[in-house]
Structure formats: C-alpha cells, structure tokens
Write a protein that binds this ligand. Structure first.
Ligand code: AP5
Ligand code: MG
Length: 217
C-alpha cells in the first residue's frame, strides 16, 4: 500500500506514520527527518535546507522532488511505503503523480489528520525527540521515564529548532497557504481520507486503520 500522511505541523504525522509503518510492514519516508539528518551530517543539501527550515519555510519544490524521487527508487519501497511530509505543495503532488510508473503503482490514499491550532501549539512546544533513534515524546502528554533521556535507547532528548513559538506560527501560516490546497487536490482525485487527529494516540491510529479498511492486527 502506498500511503500519504498529511496534516499541519504537530498533527501527529510522524507518530502515526511510525505505527502505521510497523502495522503495514512498509518503510516510512519522512522528508522532515531526511532533511534533519542531512543537517546533522552537514551535507550541501543540509546547509541549504537549514536556511529554510530555521525560518519555518518550505524547501524549494525542485530540490524536494529530486530527493524524494531518488528515495522512492530504492528497493525497500517496492512493496509499498508511507510518505510523511510529502507532498506539501500542489506542484509536489503533481510530480508524485508523474512518478507513479517508477513507483510500481499509484498513491492509494492520502490520510489527512485534523487538529485545531490551539492543540497543535501545545503539542509542538512540548515535543522532545531522541537524537539517537528519533523516538518522540511530549513533556506533558507522553513524558519519558527519566527526564531528558529516551526510554528506548537512553539517547539525549532535544527540542527541535523550529519548535519555538514564533517559528511555529510561520509554519502554521505556510501550511494554510501552501499545503492545505494539496488536500483539495486529493479530494478531487477521490483519494483523501479525513481523520480526526484529536484524542489518544491509539484512538487516532484505530480511526486511521478503520478509514483505510485495515484490520487492527
Ligand atoms: P516536518 O518535520 O515534516 O515538520 P511538520 O510538518 O511541521 O510536522 P511535525 O514533524 O512538526 O509534526 P507531526 O505532524 O509529525 O507531529 P508529531 O507526530 O511529531 O518538516 C519540517 C520542515 O522540513 C518543514 O517546515 C520544511 O521546512 C521542511 N520540509 C519537510 N518536508 C518538506 C517538503 N515536502 N517540501 C518542502 N519542505 C519540506 O507530534 C507532535 C507532538 O505531539 C509530539 O510531541 C507527539 O508526542 C505529540 N502527539 C502526537 N500525537 C498526539 C496525540 N494524539 N495526543 C497528544 N499528543 C500527541
Ligand atoms: Mg513529523
């Protein structure tokens, strides 16, 4: 199954994609994580991406499309994949559609998680991520057992540079202006599945699975 998980910053795309990936046994391709990894490794792409990400802006379409096209050609995507954070503009959605021959099929569903802005702000300002394994926590909703340390690998937890309030506001504005139109694109193509992203993480996952017609386990 080729799936897209969409939604505004903090909607739970990363959280739900990881679980869906395990449940469906397909790789999760998160453009945000790929870019953060490039920044960590100080590559040319990372340097360019950082300039945009630090301001909460999107990376230029041409660059992002090239990165994803290369990634989707890899062998592990042949039996399906989940895209977290791509496409984020109509131009990216159109490019993904053009890639379908090399993907061995089309995108079957675009799952959109809706969460009100007030809740997004709370989620993003309290998020902490493990530097080593990428596991996600929240200082109130899902705190680690030992403050500042990952439950899974004991790695250091950090706050993302773009999770500060002024940048969060820009990211939300950019979502409304540039990414919300992508929902319309998938609605028109009858591929959009809208899911309420508010509530416990397990409940949200159950809603997604039910909407996709996939058994719980
Ligand atoms: P990206 O990393 O994709 O960031 P984002 O879209 O802003 O989304 P987030 O990762 O912040 O949130 P999420 O929806 O994954 O929520 P999460 O599960 O973490 O992109 C970062 C940047 O990279 C972009 O701004 C852009 O610059 C660039 N970029 C990436 N892709 C691009 C593209 N295609 N084109 C151009 N530029 C691109 O959850 C958030 C928090 O809430 C966590 O603490 C979690 O524990 C908690 N939480 C999750 N679910 C629940 C729940 N049900 N109840 C309570 N808390 C919850
Ligand atoms: Mg994410």
């Amino acid at each position: 199954m080729n799936l897209i998980v969409m939604g505004p910053p903090g909607a739970g795309k990363g959280t739900q994609s990881r679980w869906l990936g395990e449940r469906l046994d397909v790789p999760v391709i998160s453009t945000g994580e790929m870019l953060r990894d490039e920044i960590k490794r100080k590559t040319a792409l990372g340097t360019q991406a950082k300039r945009h990400m630090d301001k909460g802006e999107l990376i230029p379409d041409a660059l992002m499309i090239r990165v994803i096209e290369e990634r989707l050609k890899r062998q592990d995507c042949k039996r399906g994949f989940i895209l977290d954070g791509f496409p984020r503009t109509v131009a990216q959605a159109e490019a993904l559609h053009r890639m379908r021959a090399s993907l061995g099929g089309t995108i079957e569903r675009a799952v959109s998680l809706s969460v009100p802005n007030e809740e997004l702000l709370k989620r993003l300002s309290g998020r902490r991520t493990c530097r080593e394994c990428g596991a996600m926590y929240h200082i109130i909703f899902d705190p680690p057992t030992n403050e500042g340390l990952c439950n899974k690998c004991n790695g250091e937890l950090y706050q993302r540079d773009d999770d500060h309030e002024d940048i969060i506001s820009s990211r939300l504005e950019i979502y409304d202006a540039q990414t919300a139109p992508v929902l319309e694109y998938y609605r028109k193509h009858r591929q959009l599945v809208e899911v309420d992203g508010v509530g416990g993480r397990d409940d949200v996952l159950d809603r997604i699975l039910a909407a996709l017609g996939v058994a719980k386990s």
